[in-house]
Design a protein around this ligand. Structure first.
Ligand SMILES: Nc1nc2c(c(=O)[nH]1)N[C@H]1C(S)=C(S)[C@@H](COP(=O)(O)O)O[C@H]1N2
Ligand SMILES: [Mo]
Length: 205
C-alpha cells in the first residue's frame, strides 16, 4: 500500500508503516530524501562516461552512456533503508534491471559474487543472486524526474532489500567474482551482507 500522498503527520505514517511491516527494526520513517555519501559529487560527462563489466565473464563488456540508455527500461517502486536508521518508503525508480544488464555478458560458472564499482573508488559487495531479484535496477530516474547528481545521477544501483550503502551512487560497472571481495564500507566495519530485517548493521557476517 502506498503511504506517501496520504494525509497525516510523520509519526502517524511511521506507526502505520510499522503496523504494515514496512519498517525494519530500529528504523524510523523519513518523509524527506536525505543525501548521504562519502566524498564529493562527481561531474557527469556523457561523452566519456562508460559502464564496464569484467572479472569472471567470458568477455568483458563496455557500454557508453548512449548504449546504456538504449537498454530496456523498467519501473520499480521500493522502500529504502539506511543503516543510520532512516527509511524512505515508496520510491519510484526507473532504469534498467540488473538482470537485463547481466544478459549482455556470459558469466563464468564460478561467478557468485559481485563488487560494484563507482566514481572516486567507492565500492560495495553484493552476492550475485541478490542482484538477480526483480526489483534490483540501475536507476536514472526517481519519482518521475532525472536522478539528481547528489542522489547518484546519472546512474545508481538500487538494492531495496539490503541497507542503503549497497545502493551504489554514480555506479560505473561491476566485477563478477568467484570469491567475496569486501567493498568500501564493508572493509570499514559494516556488515558484509547488510540485511535490514536482521539488523546486520556493523561487522561480522
Ligand atoms: N558512490 C557512493 N554511493 C553511495 C554512498 C557513497 O558514499 N558513495 N553512500 C551510500 C549510503 S550509506 C546511502 S544511505 C545511500 C544514500 O542515498 P541518497 O543520498 O540518495 O539518499 O547511498 C549509498 N550509495
Ligand atoms: Mo546509509
Amino acid at each position: 500500500m502506498a503511504l506517501f500522498g496520504r494525509d497525516g503527520n510523520r509519526k502517524e505514517l511511521e506507526n502505520l508503516a510499522r503496523r504494515e511491516g514496512r519498517l525494519p527494526p530500529g528504523q524510523s520513517l523519513t518523509l524527506k530524501w536525505p543525501v548521504l555519501h562519502y566524498g564529493g559529487v562527481p561531474v557527469f560527462d556523457p561523452a566519456t562516461w562508460d559502464f564496464k563489466i569484467s572479472g569472471e565473464v567470458e568477455e568483458p563488456l563496455r557500454l557508453t552512456w548512449e548504449e546504456f540508455r538504449a537498454l530496456p527500461q523498467t519501473e520499480v517502486v521500493s522502500d529504502f533503508h539506511c543503516v543510520t536508521r532512516w527509511s524512505r518508503l515508496d520510491n519510484h525508480w526507473r532504469g534498467v534491471l540488473f538482470t537485463d544488464v547481466l544478459k549482455l555478458v556470459k558469466p563464468k560458472p564460478g561467478a557468485q559474487f559481485t563488487l560494484l564499482l563507482a566514481e572516486e573508488g567507492y565500492t560495495a559487495n553484493v552476492p550475485l543472486a541478490d542482484l538477480q531479484r526483480p526489483d534490483v535496477l540501475f536507476a536514472f530516474e526517481h519519482d518521475c524526474a532525472p536522478l539528481p547528481a547528489e542522489h547518484g545521477g546519472p546512474l545508481r544501483l538500487v538494492v531495496p532489500h539490503l541497507y542503503g550503502w549497497k545502493s551504489v551512487k554514480w555506479v560505473r560497472g561491476f566485477l563478477l567474482l568467484d570469491q567475496e571481495r569486501l567493498g568500501f564500507w564493508e572493509r570499514n566495519g559494516y556488515h558484509a551482507y547488510g540485511d535490514p530485517w536482521r539488523e546486520q548493521r556493523y561487522s561480522g557476517r
